[in-house]
Design a protein around this ligand. Structure first.
Ligand code: B16
Ligand code: MG
Length: 216
């Protein structure tokens, strides 16, 4: 049986993509770069600097490290302002019940989010008490699709990777779970998340019994 379930945050448990979009849109406007909600799709699961580089590339802008760091910090300021408006209503449908069913099934619960603000997002969403461990993205050297953050979570929970199941909405996240040697559950479109062992369209549709049967 599985010992632990490790969850991505944005797109799996909480709808924070909307707030990231508003903050990046403000930066793009300030730079005179056209940036749409459609463009924002490519940033899901991508870390902060990687997201900025993507937007700069859209505008054909080349900036040095210091200028990029200033923009990333400015975006985070806007994001933190927006985060103040987040409430339990931003928890994705089915997320709370998935966490409580997993806990009832005896699993330890971890969070492996690329967001350096994960702890605050969980607090705003009222989910802090629902999980056992939150990985600190700021202490992880290689971001997804590298397995590092999922491995750090498993190790903190005292679970061997083969005894873990990971949940992700981003293709790079599913790759990270598989690279960690874990069972991967994708949340979203099965063509995009083809590497996952099992895919559900939404968090609300996750059939935990089917997931638990994938344990080796
Ligand atoms: P921050 P996840 C990711 O969260 C978001 O999907 C992505 O859009 C964001 O850029 C990234 O976190 C970093 O966030 O700027 O707060 O460190 O899907 O990995 O939970
Ligand atoms: Mg995600």
């Amino acid at each position: 049986a599985f010992r632990a379930a490790i969850f991505d945050l944005d797109g799996v448990l909480v709808d924070s993509a909307r707030l990231h979009f508003v903050a990046w849109k403000q930066i793009a406007d300030e730079l005179g770069i056209v940036f749409s909600e459609h463009d924002n799709e490519a940033l899901k699961g991508v870390d902060r600097m990687g997201s900025l580089d993507h937007i700069l590339a859209l505008g054909g802008l080349r900036l040095d490290v210091a200028a990029r760091e200033e923009l990333a910090a400015r975006k985070n300021g806007y994001y933190l302002d927006a985060l103040a408006t987040m409430t339990r209503a931003d928890v994705l449908p089915g997320a709370l019940s998935l966490l409580s069913r997993a806990r009832t099934a005896g699993l330890l619960l971890g969070i492996a989010s690329a967001s350096r603000n994960a702890t605050m997002v969980l607090e705003r969403a009222g989910l802090s008490g629902a999980v056992d461990f939150v990985a600190d993205a700021g202490k992880i050297a290689r971001s997804k699709p590298a397995p590092d953050i999922f491995l750090a979570c498993a190790s903190a929970l005292g679970a061997s990777p083969v005894d873990c199941v990971g949940f992700e909405d981003a293709a790079a996240g599913v790759s990270a779970i598989k690279a960690a040697g874990m069972v991967a559950v994708g949340i979203g479109a099965s063509d995009i998340l083809a590497e996952a062992d099992l895919v559900f369209e939404t968090t609300a549709q996750v059939d935990l019994d089917r997931v638990l049967r994938l344990s080796s």
